[in-house]
Ligand binder design. Structure first.
Ligand SMILES: *[C@@H]1O[C@H](CO)[C@@H](O)[C@H](O)[C@H]1NC(C)=O
Length: 312
């Protein structure tokens, strides 16, 4: 039975947590607990899921193929591309980012078909942007649909943990209902597939990429801080590979037709078609506390805000 003293110390603790949470932008924030979508899929290996896309000499597959170290040095960045192309799916990479001075460094986990459709490509991006100060890696999301950014454009977040200390899950869910970006299963952005979005909703099969490269020109404070190769190599380690979806066949990217998706696509059903109450709450927490840039608030860039911004 709880004594008065127990209750007192509990309330002191709660008060303390509230104060700390409000007063400091410390290194560690406890996110709301949320359903773990990543637990619904089994993990794959680097060799089964990916081929080398570029910088092969800077890619080291380790731990029986369950993890890969991708490095960027003066000679090259490096990247993996999925063996299959997917039309809808759930994609995860657990990543640990390079520590120390990382300005200009970009670690990206994304879907794209720009190689096949250079003028009207689709793309769903998670980009992690290095910083001139330790700990301040920034997460950026972006979407292109049929060559248009009408459905998306950039949003930027600070992370609620130090991404250089341990592995954290970065996931993309893409299906007929919505696109969801998740960090450690906490949704940080949702783009619903509304009629208004039309062709700006990504709708052609895409490859999955995990890459590290030199983004000196734009990544850190709009290009103010370039990569400093004095600190190279920059190494991002990846594991926890999940890649579940409708594999497109080589002849016809749309062979997983919309009507047939439910039979072959493992990412349909309630948990993937809409956010639970808990997930919505967690997303609101992430956006309220950790989002520091949205194209919808960028009055310097847009005299007239993109029309999508008025929806929310
Ligand atoms: C996508 O873009 C191409 C090229 O601009 C265009 O021909 C096509 O009609 C677009 N698709 C849709 C569904 O609007």
């Amino acid at each position: 039975m709880a004594t008065f003293h127990d209750k007192l110390s509990l309330s002191t603790l709660i008060l303390f947590c509230v104060i700390v949470d409000v007063c400091s932008r410390g290194p560690v924030y406890k996110p709301p607990s949320v359903e773990r979508l990543t637990d619904r899929f089994s993990q794959s290996t680097v060799n089964k899921s990916y081929d080398f896309a570029f910088g092969a000499s800077n890619i080291h597959v380790t731990n029986n193929g369950t993890s890969a170290a991708l490095s960027l040095d003066k000679s090259s960045g490096s990247g993996l591309v999925s063996r299959n192309k997917y039309y809808y799916g759930f994609f995860n990479a657990a990543m640990k980012l390079p520590a120390g001075f990382t300005s200009g460094v970009v670690v990206a986990f994304y879907l794209s078909n720009a190689d096949v459709f250079p003028h009207n490509h689709d793309e769903i991006d998670i980009e992690l942007l290095g910083h001139e100060k330790r700990r301040d890696w920034v997460l950026q999301t972006n979407i292109y649909g049929n060559g248009s950014v009408r459905s998306g454009r950039e949003e930027k977040f600070y992370l609620w943990f130090d991404p250089t200390q341990d592995f954290h899950d970065y996931s993309i869910l893409w299906n007929n209902h919505h696109i969801l970006f998740l960090v450690d299963n906490v949704p940080v952005r949702q783009v619903a597939h509304t009629a208004a979005i039309g062709s700006a909703y990504p709708s052609k099969a895409m490859s999955v990429y995990a890459t590290i490269w030199d983004g000196s020109e734009w990544a850190t404070h709009g290009g103010k801080y370039a990569v400093d190769y004095k600190y190279a190599p920059f190494i991002a380690t990846m594991r926890g590979i999940e890649m579940e979806g409708c594999v497109a066949n080589s002849k016809n990217a749309m062979s997983c037709s919309r009507s047939g998706v439910s039979s072959v696509d493992p990412v349909v059903g309630e948990p993937f078609s809409r956010l639970s109450r808990q997930q919505s709450g967690a997303m609101e927490w992430a956006r309220r506390k950790h989002m520091f840039y949205s194209y919808c608030q960028d009055r310097n860039r847009y005299k007239v805000l993109p029309s999508k911004c008025n929806d929310n």
